[in-house]
Design a protein around this ligand. Structure first.
Ligand code: ARG
Length: 475
């Protein structure tokens, strides 16, 4: 860039008066946020209009100036949405680009817009306005996902599958109960996002650069116009902290952790080794070399993307931790991690809300797997306890029965009554074990017996779905 050109570029900057030489071209690129903060353009305009309206109401600028600003901003909004706005890197960021264009369109009135404010409170306002709307969008899709889980749970309230601990068959559960576990997780995620939204939705504008302003501004009026729940109570805090964005990223990381756990299960269940579920082809991809493959790319990518969302959280925490009050340019680095988190989480939740209703279940295979691995051994121990045996003794007795089955390569329910009694070390004559023991040895008897709040019994799953549907209506 020639020096005349460079100095011209510098002249157009809002702060050029103080400088004796043009900004270095690389520095210009290095310090500009235009590449990524353009997406704040529309909320930037909304914030400016609310500010200008208040300035006019407080007689800090004239009514005519406000009318001109409104007109100019309408034109700018049109240019931006039509993709016709001439963004200038030399103008550093979205705020200065819009202001410069406004001044070009309406003259002095445009120059009066920045009265009583700074880019420091302006940018904090923009991010909050933008983020609150994004939270609302995510919550809509999260609700769809939760509803899909409820529908699956209701449909499969009595579908038996093996429950695992240590990824080994532990006890039979129902697929409905399993789906409801995720419903609970995603419900807490929705609550976290809603709670975070309250702290996001506070107005920084009026803090100006850091100390407030000498004009008789009315911050409550601006907050009301923009739909904020309240006003940031300290100007230094208002312009400098990004804890609201960090809090969102923390909630997003937890949400993605839950998506990632569900993904891990979908991947396992889809593998032919398990074969528990299937997904429609439109949610899977093939292999370019192995013609037989149908890969679970969506859950695998979701599991992978959880890493970058976690990374963004750490980036923001690290960005903030060394900053003295008040605003520092470091904060310009808040946008990319935040935007990336929003984009990743929004798309992930959307795709899961689309996909979960179409998970189909191979009930036979699931039941077969639940019958393997002595999944009802605890039920047998509980049966003995109910007949008067202390639990530790019952545990030991059943362990012997399992040992016999391993030797015979059969299931507990394959033993004859006499074999079972003997294996448990009981006296066959006075034995308390009778034929009804075979009911508790079936996976169906096992799940039905866990009939209490939070248990896996089909009745309890149906009741849990019902409670959840009522709660979901209200949020
Ligand atoms: N682009 C800046 C940011 O994203 C706007 C605020 C700049 N303020 C300043 N004093 N340089 O944070």
């Amino acid at each position: 860039m020639s020096s005349t050109k460079n100095s011209l570029a510098n002249k157009s900057k809002a702060w050029s008066g103080r400088f004796a030489e043009p900004v270095d071209a690389l520095v210009q690129r290095y310090t500009s946020s235009l590449r990524f903060d353009q997406r704040l353009a529309l909320v930037d305009i909304a914030g400016s209009l609310a500010h200008a309206e208040m300035l006019a109401a407080q007689k800090i600028i004239s009514k005519a100036d406000f009318v001109a600003i409104k007109k100019g901003m309408a034109q700018i909004e049109k240019e931006i949405t039509a993709g016709k706005f001439d963004w200038q890197l030399a103008l550093e960021d979205v705020h200065l680009n819009i202001e410069a264009r406004l001044t070009k369109l309406i003259g002095d009135a445009g120059k009066r817009l920045h009265t009583g404010r700074s880019r420091n409170d302006q940018v904090a306002t923009d991010i909050r306005l933008w983020l609150r709307t994004e939270i609302d969008h995510i919550l809509v899709d999260l609700k769809r996902l939760r509803t899909a889980l409820l529908d699956q749970a209701e449909k499969h309230a009595a579908t038996i599958m093996p429950g695992h601990t240590h990824l080994q068959v532990a006890q039979p559960v129902t697929f409905g109960h399993h789906m409801m576990a995720y419903y609970e997780m995603f419900t807490r995620d929705a609550e976290r996002l809603l709670s975070c939204r309250k702290r996001v939705n506070q107005l920084p504008l009026g803090a100006a650069a850091l100390a407030g302003t000498t004009y008789p501004i009315d911050r409550e009026r601006v907050a009301k116009t923009l739909g904020f729940d309240g006003v940031c109570q300290n100007s230094l805090d208002a312009v400098s902290d990004r804890d609201f964005a960090i809090e969102f990223c923390a909630a997003a990381s937890i949400l993605m952790m839950h998506v990632s756990r569900l993904s891990e299960e979908l991947i396992l269940w889809l593998s032919p080794r398990f074969g528990f579920i299937d997904l429609p082809d439109r949610f899977c991809t093939g292999s370019s070399i192995m013609p037989q493959k149908k890969n679970p790319d969506v859950p695998e990518l979701a599991r992978g993307k959880t890493g970058r969302v976690n990374g963004n959280l750490i980036a923001l925490l690290t960005l903030m931790k060394g900053q003295p009050l008040a605003y520092n340019k470091d904060n310009q680095e808040d946008k990319e991690p935040l935007f990336d988190t929003v984009d990743t989480v929004a798309e992930t939740v959307q795709i899961f809300a689309d996909m979960v209703p179409h998970i189909s279940v191979n009930q036979e295979l699931m039941l077969g797997a639940a019958e393997e691995g002595f999944a009802t051994a605890t039920d047998l121990a509980d049966y003995l306890v109910k007949k008067g045996m202390p639990f530790r003794d019952a545990h030991e007795a059943v362990a012997h029965a399992v040992k016999l089955c391993v030797k015979k390569n059969c299931a507990l329910s394959d033993l004859s009554l006499t074999e079972l009694i003997k294996a448990c070390g009981l006296n066959p004559k006075s034995s308390v074990v009778s034929k009804d023991v075979f009911i508790v040895l079936t996976p169906k008897g096992s799940v039905e017996a866990r009939n209490h709040l939070g248990g896996t019994a089909p009745k309890q799953v149906i009741a849990a779905v019902k409670r959840a549907r009522t709660a979901l209506k209200n949020n």
